[in-house]
Write a protein that binds this ligand. Structure first.
Ligand SMILES: NC(=O)c1ccc[n+]([C@@H]2O[C@H](COP(=O)([O-])OP(=O)(O)OC[C@H]3O[C@@H](n4cnc5c(N)ncnc54)[C@H](OP(=O)(O)O)[C@@H]3O)[C@@H](O)[C@H]2O)c1
Length: 290
């Protein structure tokens, strides 16, 4: 059993922290900016809540974070008044599950190293259902010795945990994940859109083609709701645009060409303008049907 802090009890963090306590058996202290959510978590799962990231992180073996973007991460980690880094003990490890840039991961890893503790960038894939069921995929960047110590703890909420390379490599791997998904979802949206125009039974089409070379997680898990025009759930378009922005900025730096990713990013901008900021990413179909 380890002492653990978890910062950020959103859609993902709330169930991840619960797995650390209930499945991992760890002693968990939670922090959430909106304190009512931390109180709800403690009422449901036990453990303790703390009023600031620093109070939560004070003396803990592992400090997890799952917040929104680079700036949010900087605020909970190195915020001037109450960032977690100011209270972390030597030898501890900060594990960041936020989807953020590789740059911020390298910056925080350097600061952590200077203070005598570890930092792992550890973004996740698998969505809300993956977090609730404790079966996330975790892509980690950082030092081997920190990874070896943190892996058994991370496994409380994960099915697959891989060390991808030094600081930032976890975030770079997550970028590849999002690049692969973006074009694929547009292809699925166009297929369903075309099938409807052609007067075919979409359920029947998917039942058959999902068993062939066109099959995908998105096809299996999203075709029904897409066909029904339901998007009020899932991975929000706002988050996807944040992620694609990170991918495109990194591509500017490393010289990679991402023409389709750049185009899909603009399609999601259209979805935002349609009122779909919190819609699931499969809402690319709504844009074609508008
Ligand atoms: N949702 C998914 O399916 C999914 C899948 C994979 C990866 N992710 C990534 O995981 C991260 C979290 O996603 P989520 O869906 O859990 O988001 P969310 O439900 O919006 O939760 C965000 C959490 O971060 C906290 N937060 C945000 N800014 C903060 C700040 N400046 N200071 C302190 N706390 C702050 C929020 O606190 P409040 O409660 O006070 O707002 C909340 O607890 C994002 O980077 C996202 O891209 C999400």
């Amino acid at each position: 059993m380890a002492t653990v802090a978890f910062l950020g009890l959103g859609v993902m963090g709330y169930p991840m922290a619960a797995h650390l306590k209930n499945k991992g058996g760890h002693d968990v202290t939670v922090y959430n900016r909106t304190a009512a959510r931390a109180e709800k978590w403690v009422a449901e799962h036990g453990g303790r809540s703390a009023p600031t990231p620093a109070d939560a992180a004070d003396g803990k073996d592992f400090v997890f974070a799952c917040v929104g973007n680079d700036d949010d991460l900087r605020e909970v980690a190195i915020g001037p008044s109450s960032g977690a880094f100011s209270a972390m003990k030597k030898g501890a490890i900060f594990i960041d599950n936020t989807t953020a840039s590789a740059e911020v991961a390298r910056e925080l890893a350097e600061k952590a190293d200077a203070r005598g503790f570890g930092f792992l960038d550890a973004p996740v894939s698998g969505g809300q259902a993956g977090a609730e069921n404790g079966v996330l995929t975790v892509m980690v960047g950082g030092a081997q010795e920190h990874f070896d110590r943190a892996k058994p703890v991370i496994e409380a909420y994960a099915r697959m945990v891989g060390l991808m390379g030094p600081a930032g490599a976890g975030q770079l791997t997550k970028m590849i994940n999002q690049i692969c998904i973006a074009g694929l979802v547009q292809g699925l949206a166009e297929g369903i859109h075309f099938g409807k125009r052609a007067g075919l039974d979409i359920e029947k089409v998917i039942e058959v083609i999902s068993k062939g070379a066109a099959g995908s997680w998105q096809m299996e898990n999203r075709h029904k709701t897409m066909n029904a025009g339901k998007y009020d759930f899932g991975f929000a378009v706002d988050w996807m645009r944040k992620d694609l922005g990170i991918c495109l900025a990194e591509a500017d730096r490393n010289g990679a060409k991402l023409p389709v990713t750049a185009l899909i990013d603009q399609f999601y901008k259209d979805v935002q303008a349609m009122g779909g900021r919190r819609w699931d990413t499969s809402s690319l179909l709504a844009r074609l049907e508008k």
